[in-house]
Design a protein around this ligand. Structure first.
Ligand code: ADP
Ligand code: MG
Ligand code: MG
Length: 993
């Protein structure tokens, strides 16, 4: 530490740091340095590095002496440049003490302004500036902030005193308070501090400074900062930096002011200077929502020279950083200063518009554009809007600022705690407040929307809501919150009443208006086409491209997904079709049937209905591949439960309810998810799959006859051994053959399987012989690998996450070490038999960006997700390609591929888990050998495998397992990787089951 530089100066056109040093200087400090170097007017100061924050915590909240000296030397230098001394009684230097980590955390850390004022220096300041009102205003603000942040006196205690004073004077605005009033207020504030802390307000400038620096470092671990980092998944930061910067004063009088501005509109992305400001105000006033600020455009009239200078600077900064900038400025007596710039947070619409426009302007290239938009941004674009018919009929109660787009409807709650409480009970809530502050985060997250009566577009509520993608209407003057009731546009509402807000227009409506999904705009289409191009152009070994499919069971879903850009259907679940009322009765009749004849009788009735559904889906997909999964759920799920259902079925079958009852009893299972389901159904009742295959074939024939291109893929679920497929595949082939021959048409149909049982993953080399493709059913694979029942995890999973037993919910993001390890194994083994075996994922995980990245790295050809996540997956897939470009990817099927060594953003693999895996699978070796040896007669596949090869397979099978696991783990050593890769060629063939 001692030898390292800890304090970085900036000022007078030169800085010791620059924009690239964010990890050391924090985002704020790095960009203050950069702006200084660019010659932009920035008040001088110095930045204490993030390493000091780390040292502060390591050292039990104390600093090594050298750091103390270095900071005080920095202060001396600043004093020399400013020609003033901190807290000097006759002409004090005042500073701000500002936090700033490498990643911006708006409103999360505490800033102290006007530090250096004391009972003595306030008088010097008044005399020197000739503005006593300003001096006393600065002092009372300082005591308020310092008292709150450093000394722990509740903010509201000061607010109450201020309020009482204004009331006694019968004035509304802070700005109307006179110097004498403020002097009195300062006295009162000091007493509040004394009363609440037992201490006097510190008068020595250096005590004040160190108190503030400690508070900033202390705020790094404050509850709200920790919570914010957790919420936003911000990890691996050293800490916050501290910026000590000479003050400039926007509260000097009417020729002064302060504001926040964006180089483009952060809600819409339109290239228009955007922002707001307040005259005679300081720092937080604009964002705090105390007064509603003025739009930046009005500054052009009020002070054309400053406006022009500001426009020049924002243009320069945007060009320089090649991104939309979010800036803070202050005008002191007609002189402009920049206090901060950063890449602006933006709503989804704005993110896409900025990206597309900036490419057109030649500011950035397409790859940069793709990396600028987050999957979350796109998700927002698919947020609901108010149904236009309903909106036409409804009259808005009032209109506020359209602070964060999208519509939300929920029941009114008035504070964050209630929001969380109600949400916990499963209620949809809409948070209505005068304004919000960082303590409200928890309640904001769970709200369908946020409505505030004060504050502007850069108020806390607006900024945070945009970041979270939550609809927000801010600064709605027609909203008056009074305790637990609110008046909106003159109408009274109570807690629990429904309202709807439209964050895109700023309107507020009574009641629960219907919301609909929006359509995709031209910009979004352009943008997603770029993403498609990137994915299509990707190459991993023999795998070309990386497609996005959808999970859709109904023609309407398929149509929607097609419109959202799905390149096929990765999973069409046929059971949803059976649950359809019309089919259910026949299906039930089928499962309780006593004989094969009876079963076939019932299935015959279902066949045309299924065929119709398949035809609809094929048609919607216009020739793109459609993977249809044959019946999967346990029969148990179809069994009639209620008395009425049993009676209805008995009537339908013309048998007694008692008889039916006893039959039903035999179908009930105690562990249905591990029971009579998937291809097991077809092993017992082949006619079920036969009927489904026939329906698929007939629907394909119908398409062919109507010249509709069609590409069916039949998928067999819950396979555990190759012998199931050896039994079932020929059945399906026979039926296809029969139907196509009879119709005189030929439609190519592939037959593949799901890999969703751990055994299937382990035995995938054998299964591959009978499968044209694999699709990873990661819901079941996760459930069975963890032995966590998906339907029952709620009782323990939250504790696993809270106690860090697991990092993430394995049903949301794939567990790369365990479940992912099995996938990698299956991919390697499968492709060792069929190098071009097509593989994809169709579990819920297919729409999760981190999982998508994993799927890309391990060599899957496509991901499949729900229709609404398709656009997001198109982007996440492209980002995976870009993030991993130039890196060796596994699972490409070339036999030459090397493990990925890439450090991939957002993936949280750990090494530990892998080690354990290696041990376990090594132990499994003997067992694998034994089984292989036993089998002999499995040569049906047509491959002429020799005994020699079998032996080879035996060995490699086991060894490869070890190799396979390595592939996704980025932290493995090179030596090990090589061994794994080398063994592959030997893995060629295996016929054994
Ligand atoms: P945050 O990260 O919460 O925005 P900042 O450190 O940027 O906190 O400061 C809060 C407010 O105080 C901002 O409006 C900022 O412009 C203002 N401010 C900070 N330092 C100074 C300064 N030296 N002079 C004038 N205003 C300042
Ligand atoms: Mg702040
Ligand atoms: Mg700021």
């Amino acid at each position: 530490m001692a030898s390292k530089k800890n304090v970085y100066f900036f000022g007078k056109g030169k800085a010791e740091g620059d924009a690239k040093m964010k990890s050391v200087l924090g985002g704020k400090g790095a960009n203050l340095a950069e702006m200084t170097n660019l010659g932009i007017p920035v008040p001088p100061g110095f930045t204490i590095s993030t390493d000091v924050c780390a040292a502060y915590y390591e050292n039990k909240n104390k600093y090594p002496k050298e750091i103390k000296d270095e900071v005080e030397a920095g202060l001396k230098r600043l004093e020399a440049v400013m020609k003033k001394k901190l807290g000097d009684p006759s002409d004090p230097l005042l500073v701000s003490v500002r936090s700033g980590a490498a990643v911006s955390m708006p409103g999360m850390m505490d800033t102290i302004l006007n530090l250096g004022i004391s009972d003595k220096s306030v008088k010097g300041l008044a005399t020197k500036t000739g503005n006593p009102r300003f001096a006393w205003d600065a002092y009372r603000r300082f005591i308020q902030m310092y008292g709150d942040v450093v000394m722990g006196v509740e903010h509201s205690k000061f607010e109450e005193a201020l309020h009482a004073l204004k009331k006694s004077k019968n004035i509304e605005m802070d700005t109307d308070l006179k110097a004498g009033d403020l002097e009195k207020l300062v006295e009162e504030y000091k007493q509040i501090v004394k009363k609440n802390t037992g201490k006097d307000f510190p008068q020595a400038p250096l005590d004040q400074l160190w108190g503030a620096i400690n508070a900033v470092f202390g705020s790094w671990m404050s509850d709200r900062a920790v919570r914010y980092r957790k919420l936003e998944d911000i990890r691996n930061l050293k800490g916050t930096a501290v910026n000590v910067q000479s003050m400039v004063f926007g509260n000097f009088g009417d020729d002064s002011g302060t504001g926040v501005c964006f180089s483009r509109d952060p809600s819409t992305g339109i290239n228009e200077f955007y922002g707001e400001y307040l005259m005679n105000a300081q720092g937080e006033d604009v964002v705090a929502g105390i007064r509603t600020p003025e739009r930046i455009a009005t500054l052009a009239k009020k002070n054309p020279a400053i406006y022009k200078q500001l426009v020049g600077i924002k243009n320069r900064l945007e060009k320089h950083f090649k991104d939309m900038q979010d800036m803070e400025f202050t005008v002191q007596q007609g002189e402009l200063f920049l206090l901060q710039t950063r890449n602006g947070k933006r709503a989804g619409t704005a993110a896409v518009k900025c990206a597309v426009d900036m490419v057109a302007e030649g500011l950035i290239d397409k790859i940069t554009a793709i990396m600028r938009v987050t999957p979350g941004h796109l998700d927002q674009l698919l947020h609901p809007m108010i149904d236009s018919n309903a909106q036409k009929g409804a009259k808005a109660l009032t209109k506020g600022l359209n602070a964060s787009p999208g519509a939300g409807t929920g029941r009114i709650v008035f504070n964050a705690k209630d929001a969380e409480l109600w949400h916990g009970r499963g209620e949809k809530v809409l948070l209505v407040r005068k304004d919000t502050s960082p303590e409200d985060i928890g309640g904001m997250v769970v709200s369908q929307g946020i409505l505030t009566s004060t504050g502007g577009m850069t108020s806390h509520a607006a900024v945070v809501a945009r970041g979270m993608g939550t609809p927000c209407v801010a600064g709605a003057k027609g909203v008056l919150v009074e305790g637990n009731t609110v008046e909106i546009g003159g109408k009274r509402f109570n807690e629990g009443d429904w309202i709807t807000i439209d964050g895109t227009s700023g309107e507020v409506y009574e009641g629960k208006l219907p919301l609909v999904a929006p359509s995709i705009s031209k910009d979004v289409n352009t943008f997603l086409k770029w993403c498609d191009d990137v994915r299509a152009g990707s190459v991993r070994g023999r795998v070309k491209g990386f497609a996005v499919r959808t999970n859709a069971d109904q023609p309407e879903d398929a149509k929607r997904a097609f419109d959202f850009g799905a390149q096929g259907i990765g999973l069409c679940r046929t059971e949803h079709m059976f649950f359809d009322k019309e089919k259910l009765i026949h299906f039930r009749a089928m499962i309780v049937a006593e004989t094969e004849e009876e079963r076939k009788e019932q299935l015959k009735k279902i066949l045309p209905l299924q065929q119709k559904d398949f035809f609809g889906i094929f048609k919607a997909m216009e020739g793109r591949p459609v993977t249809i999964r044959l019946l999967d759920p346990p029969l148990h799920e179809f069994v009639p439960h209620t008395k009425e259902e049993v009676e209805e079925l008995a009537g339908h079958l013309n048998i007694s309810a008692e008889k039916l009852h006893s039959k039903i009893g035999t179908l009930i299972e105690s562990n249905p998810m591990l029971g009579h389901r998937g291809c097991r159904l077809a092993v017992t009742y082949p006619e079920i799959y036969d009927m489904q295959v026939e329906a698929i074939a007939q629907a394909a024939v119908e398409c062919a006859k109507q010249k509709i291109p069609v590409h069916p893929e039949i998928m067999i679920p819950i396979v555990v051994t190759a012998r199931e497929l050896r039994l079932l595949r020929p059945n399906a082939e026979k039926i296809l053959e029969k139907v196509f021959t009879a119709a005189g048409v030929k439609v190519p149909v592939t037959i593949g399987t799901m890999i969703e049982v751990p055994r299937a993953a382990i035995r995938s080399a054998h299964i591959a012989h009978y499968a044209d493709f694999f699709s990873f059913g990661t819901n079941d694979l996760t459930q069975m690998t963890f032995a966590f029942s998906r339907d029952d995890v709620a009782s323990f999973l939250p504790f696993y996450l809270e106690k860090n037993v697991l990092d993430v919910d394995p049903f949301k993001t794939i567990d790369q070490d365990g479940v992912g390890g099995l996938m990698e194994l299956a991919i390697k083994e499968g492709r060792s038999v069929k190098p071009d075996l097509k593989m994809g994922i169709c579990g819920e995980h297919g729409g999760d960006p981190t999982t998508i990245d994993f799927c890309y790295r391990v060599g899957l050809s496509y991901v499949s997700c729900s229709p609404f996540r398709v656009p997001l997956a198109r982007l996440a897939g492209a980002q995976a390609v870009i993030n991993n470009s130039g890196k060796n990817i596994t699972g490409g099927g070339s036999g030459k591929t090397k493990p990925a060594t890439a450090k991939v953003k957002g993936s949280k693999k750990t090494v530990k888990g892998d080690k354990k895996m290696a041990v376990t699978s090594a132990k499994k070796k003997p067992a694998a050998k034994k089984k292989t040896a036993k089998k002999t007669g499995a040569k049906k596949t047509g491959a002429k495998k020799t005994a020699k090869k079998k032996t080879a397979a035996k060995k490699t099978g086991a060894k490869k397992k070890t190799g396979a696991k390595k592939t996704g783990a980025k932290k493995k050593t090179g030596a090990k990787k090589k061994t794994a890769a080398k063994k592959k060629p030997a893995a060629k063939k295996s016929v054994v089951l």
